[in-house]
Design a protein around this ligand. Structure first.
Ligand SMILES: N[C@@H](CCC(=O)N[C@@H](CS)C(=O)NCC(=O)O)C(=O)O
Length: 207
């Protein structure tokens, strides 16, 4: 399998799942240029992911390409012998889907407008306030357990960690959320996380 990624982007979550799952996944770095996106192998990335040339995308051994981080992470978890996803049909499974959807639509896509450097300052402030509001719920939940869906790592943790790394880039202070901060530290220490960060040339959240 080959994972198309951009360093520190949301594709890091799929990368972490691949490494936590001890899977044989090769990497292909996508370079974002002006109207051009090229893979490490020189392919036109818009052809690899025709939905819009965004990362992550996973090329399966069959040659087929799977896109959308939430689908990729679940696919990788299913390929792995590591337990990173609750059993289908259990209540924990639906909780996992609840977390993945919440992170995708409420947190990940809450951050997305901030990457537009032309966004007016009042909208930047409003967007940050909205994200911090969503994090109030996450903070309370992480006070009850070590990871989002229990006391062991699941794919939703990789996703939350990846997105919350962006808080530093946008000067959002998480120190008032001790449970979230402890979660980030816990994630920083995981072997799969350290490997994925090192392969993307990134520092841990704690630095
Ligand atoms: N719906 C996609 C969105 C992925 C996404 O937002 N990717 C960003 C990086 S974090 C990207 O490649 N953005 C470039 C673009 O949208 O043109 C998913 O959940 O996987």
């Amino acid at each position: 399998m080959k994972l198309y990624f951009s360093p520190g982007a949301c594709s890091l979550a799929s990368h972490i799942v691949a490494r936590e799952g001890k899977l044989d996944v090769q990497l292909s770095k996508v370079t974002f240029g002006d109207g051009v996106r090229t893979t490490a192998e020189g392919e036109d990335f818009y052809q690899v992911n025709p939905k819009g040339g965004y990362v992550p995308a996973l090329r399966l051994d069959s040659g087929e390409v799977l896109a959308e981080g939430v689908a990729i992470m679940q696919y990788l978890a299913d390929q792995s012998a590591e337990d990173m996803m609750p059993s289908k049909g259990s209540m924990e499974y639906y909780r996992e889907l609840e977390w993945l959807t919440f992170i995708s639509s409420e947190i990940h896509k809450g951050f997305s407008p901030l990457f537009n450097s032309a966004l007016p300052a009042d909208q930047v402030d409003a967007q940050k306030k909205k994200i911090m509001g969503r994090l109030t719920f996450v903070e309370a939940e992480l006070g009850k357990r070590e990871y989002l869906n229990g006391d062991s790592f699941t794919i939703a943790d990789a996703y939350l960690y990846t997105i919350l790394r962006w808080s530093k880039k946008f000067d959002m202070d998480l120190s008032g959320q001790p449970n979230i901060t402890a979660f980030m530290t816990r994630m920083d220490a995981r072997e799969g996380v350290k490997t994925a960060l090192q392969e993307e040339g990134l520092e841990t959240f704690g630095g």
